[in-house]
Structure formats: structure tokens, C-alpha cells
Ligand binder design. Structure first.
Ligand code: BG6
Length: 474
């Protein structure tokens, strides 16, 4: 067996989202985002106004502490840092005529800080945080007008940051909108929403993603634009052909979104799926042409769990996950939140995407959410002995190495939540992913002080050896 080698210039780093770490929800001219009224997580009902229990309002105060945090990432040797721009810092209501200069300046400073430390920013335009006004005064992404607002926002940030940001992602986990409509500023608790509405919103986001790609290339062809999906490699529960068909149907939920982003048209299986549900997507006059002509440069994805499907799924125990759930896999262990751990699934999904598209790939989320315990390190400071996180990441990265050996072209790997922050699905602080511990608990109490965990030095070595240390004898 050969020992895998990571490519030179491989982009090692970490990934974040504005709503989960920035805080400062009402500072710097920022408008409210849907997350400010979702204190219990993305999949739960919104409140009327922001409420104090909502941990995201303060996050980990990255807005004020980003210099200290980026310096820590630099100590680990990060080559890339994934972040999202909070749309409502730039256009507070989403439909404003003029952008908010203070918001633009904030990201200018942040990008400068990253470059100062030799880090490439990887920027998501929309990470589950559209302006609240779009939900309350439009019907979110169901309304076609939102495509235009998004184009304006994208144009503003592309023009402004074209010399500072090379890698862009349009929508985080764009394939989640049917299951997680808040992603599209749609609150089913507040408005009547049909399945057809959700698919229309998905279509509108797909068109907006292609339109943003077009705008980016017009402004500066050097900019690279990618799509971003939740990946979900799926196994059949048994070798029954009907189970394999159930797998195929389920995986198509993922492929539909990458197929459209890469090939520029609706695949036959999706057209059939929509037809059989009586759903007719309203195409604007130029939609088909925009989709066809402005496809992405690379594919990025999150990977946490693999799934299992069966044609008679009701006879089995269901598994856990944040948005998509399959059936329990008896051969896998689970995290404390019941997410099944499957490093080989990551190798499989890398190969699947590569075989299907031959476009460069980017793993932009992967990691273990766990309850950490802060202990004294014997030298007067505190740390976390997170061997479980090291084991998780090591096993996954070894499979990434295997996929690279298989011939997959991979731009980089950004582990999710390099510093602890508020969870997306459960809105907890105690679900921690970081190499850096942040002193804040689920009641919102804590000094916000940062402490290096054991995994901090481990990841530093992985990056410093460009992955070679993953294969050191124990
Ligand atoms: C991804 C999201 O689905 O999963 C992130 O893009 C999220 O925003 C991550 O934080 C982990 O999920 P959770 O629910 O554990 O925070």
C-alpha cells in the first residue's frame, strides 16, 4: 500500500458561518437576519423578535475579537479560512437601495487580517442567514424578486472584494431548502407554504447562484465560484434491488443540485419527480439560458454522516443528523448527538463527485460535535483532552488521502468550527467542534476566553507536514 500524499498548495483550514460566531447582531448598521429570531435552531419555529435566550445574538463575539481568533488560526498554520458574509450587514433589509458602508468595511478589515497571516478567505454569500425582512415582507425565496436582491448583494461584494477574495460559494448546503425552508427565508409557521413553493424557492436560488457566477466572472474572471451541498453517501439496508432504488432516489436529492450547478440543466429524474408530485416550476424567460451558461468552477460540500435507506424504511430505526436522516447503520458508532461516524463514506463521496463531474472538489465542512471538559493543564492554564476529536479527524483525513490516491482532484479541507461556537441545528454552545475552546455555556454565561485544546497542536502538525503526520506510527 502506498502512503497517500496531499498535493502541494493544498488548502488546509477551518470553516465558520457569520450567524454562528460573529454576534454583534445589532451593531455596525446590521439589520436582523432570520437567525436572530430562531433561538432553538434552524429547524424550529421563529419568535416574533430577537429574544435574550438566543445565543447567536452574541455568538462568540468574533465581530470584536476576530484579530485574536485569526492569530490563533495562523498559529495552526491555516492556509484558508472559510467564513460567510452576513447579508444583513451589507443590505440590512435585503431590499435596500444602498449598501451599509460599515458592514462592507468590517469585511474589508477581516480579509486584510487574513491576508496579513497568509490565509486565503473562502467566502459563502448566504449561510442560513438571509435578512429577516425578506421572510416577513416577501415570501422569502419563493418570491422571484429576491433573486434581484441577491444579485445586487453579490455584485456589491464581488466588486468590493475582488482583489481580496478568490474563492466564493453561493449558498451553503443549497440542497437543504426543501427540508430546511428557513434557509430560504421561509417560515412555514407564519405563512402557507406548499411543497411546490419550496421547489420554486429552490429554483430561484439555483438561478440566483448561476446569476452570481455570471456577475463574478464579468467583474473579475480570476474569481472562482463554487456550489456547496450537504453530501450524503447512502447505503442500501439490504442487497434487495428495491433498497438500491431507494438509495438512488435519495441520492438524487443531492445530485439534482450539483447536476444543475455543473451541467446547467434539470436532470430527467428531477423532472419526473416534480411531475409526479404535480409540481410545475415557473421558469423566468432567461432562467434556462442563465443556468446553462454560468456553471460553477468547483464543487464544495459538507460531510458529517453517511446514511442508510430501504424501500420499506418504516420497518427500521431511523438515524440522526441535522437536516437529513436515514436509517440506523448497525456497523457504525455514533457521536453524542447520535450522528453516525463513517470515515470511508467521505472517500466514497469524493470519488462519486469526481467520477460524475471531473471538476475540482473542496471539502468545506467536516468535524465532530462533542461535549468537551475544560481541565487544568498543569501549567496554570486550561485545556481539553479531546482525543476523540483527533481520532475522528485523523480517520476522516486518512480517507481523504485515499481519495487523493484514487485520483480525485481536491482543492482543500476546512474542518467545521475550528473555534467553538453556537450549533446550527440545536443552537447549543455545548456542541463543540473546535480546536479552540470558548468559555460560554448553554445559558449564555462565560468569560468568552479562548483555550487551546489538545487537537490544536495535532492539527498544527498535520498542516505543518502537509498531511504526512496522519500516517506516523502510533
Ligand atoms: C452544517 C451547517 O450542516 O452543519 C453548519 O452548514 C452547521 O452551519 C454544521 O453548524 C454542524 O451542524 P450543527 O447542527 O452540529 O451545528
Amino acid at each position: 500500500m502506498t502512503t497517500p500524499k496531499f498535493p502541494e498548495n493544498f488548502l488546509w483550514g477551518g470553516a465558520t458561518a457569520a450567524n454562528q460566531l460573529e454576534g454583534a447582531y445589532n451593531e455596525g448598521g446590521r439589520g436582523l437576519s432570520v437567525q436572530d429570531v430562531m433561538p432553538k435552531g434552524l429547524m424550529t419555529a421563529p419568535t416574533l423578535e430577537p429574544t435574550e435566550e438566543n445565543l447567536k445574538l452574541k455568538g462568540i463575539d468574533f465581530y470584536h475579537r476576530y484579530k485574536e481568533d485569526i492569530a490563533l488560526m495562523a498559529q495552526m498554520g491555516f492556509k484558508v479560512f472559510r467564513l460567510s458574509i452576513s447579508w444583513s450587514r451589507i443590505y440590512p433589509n435585503g431590499d435596500d437601495a444602498q449598501p451599509n458602508e460599515e458592514g462592507l468595511q468590517f469585511y474589508d478589515d477581516l480579509f486584510d487580517e487574513l491576508h496579513k497571516h497568509g490565509m486565503e478567505p473562502l467566502v459563502t454569500l448566504s449561510h442560513y442567514e438571509p435578512p429577516l425582512n425578506l421572510a416577513r415582507n416577501y415570501r422569502g425565496w419563493i418570491d422571484r424578486k429576491v433573486i434581484g436582491f441577491f444579485e445586487t448583494y453579490a455584485r456589491t461584494v464581488f466588486e468590493r472584494y475582488q482583489d481580496k477574495v478568490k474563492y466564493w460559494l453561493t449558498f451553503n448546503e443549497v440542497n437543504s431548502i426543501i427540508s430546511a425552508p428557513a434557509n430560504g427565508a421561509i417560515f412555514p409557521e407564519e405563512m402557507e407554504v406548499t411543497l411546490a413553493d419550496k421547489w420554486q424557492a429552490a429554483h430561484n436560488q439555483l438561478v440566483a447562484s448561476a446569476a452570481a457566477t455570471k456577475i463574478a466572472k464579468e467583474i473579475n474572471p480570476e474569481m472562482q465560484v463554487g456550489c456547496m451541498v450537504i453530501s450524503m453517501p447512502t447505503y442500501p439496508m439490504t442487497p434487495k434491488p428495491k433498497d438500491q432504488l431507494a438509495v438512488r432516489d435519495f441520492m438524487n436529492e443531492n445530485y439534482a443540485f450539483t447536476d444543475i450547478h455543473v451541467r446547467g440543466e434539470y436532470p430527467g429524474y428531477l423532472k419526473r419527480h416534480l411531475r409526479e408530485q404535480g409540481i410545475e416550476i415557473k421558469f423566468g424567460e432567461n432562467d434556462a439560458a442563465i443556468l446553462k451558461e454560468h456553471t460553477v468552477d468547483f464543487i464544495s460540500f459538507s460531510y458529517y454522516v453517511s446514511l442508510v435507506q430501504a424501500h420499506d424504511s418504516e420497518t427500521y430505526q431511523s438515524g440522526e443528523g441535522n437536516i437529513f436522516r436515514g436509517l440506523e447503520n448497525p456497523y457504525l458508532d455514533s457521536s453524542e448527538w447520535g450522528w453516525q461516524i463513517d470515515p470511508i463514506g467521505l472517500r466514497l463521496v469524493l470519488n462519486d463527485f469526481w467520477d460524475r463531474y471531473q471538476l475540482p472538489l473542496f471539502i468545506v465542512e467536516n468535524g465532530l460535535g462533542a461535549k468537551d471538559v475544560l481541565i487544568e493543564d498543569g501549567a496554570g492554564s486550561f485545556t481539553v483532552e479531546d482525543d476523540y476529536r483527533i481520532a475522528y479527524l485523523k480517520a476522516h483525513l486518512q480517507q481523504v488521502g485515499e481519495a487523493i490516491e484514487d485520483g480525485v482532484e481536491l482543492l482543500g479541507y476546512t474542518s467545521w468550527g475550528p473555534i467553538d461556537f453556537v450549533s446550527m441545528s440545536t443552537a447549543q454552545m455545548s456542541k463543540r467542534y473546535g480546536f479552540i475552546y470558548v468559555d460560554r455555556n448553554d445559558d449564555g454565561e462565560g468569560s468568552l476566553k479562548r483555550y487551546k485544546k489538545k487537537s490544536f497542536n495535532w492539527y498544527k502538525e498535520v498542516i505543518g507536514t502537509n498531511g504526512a503526520s496522519l500516517y506516523d506510527a502510533e
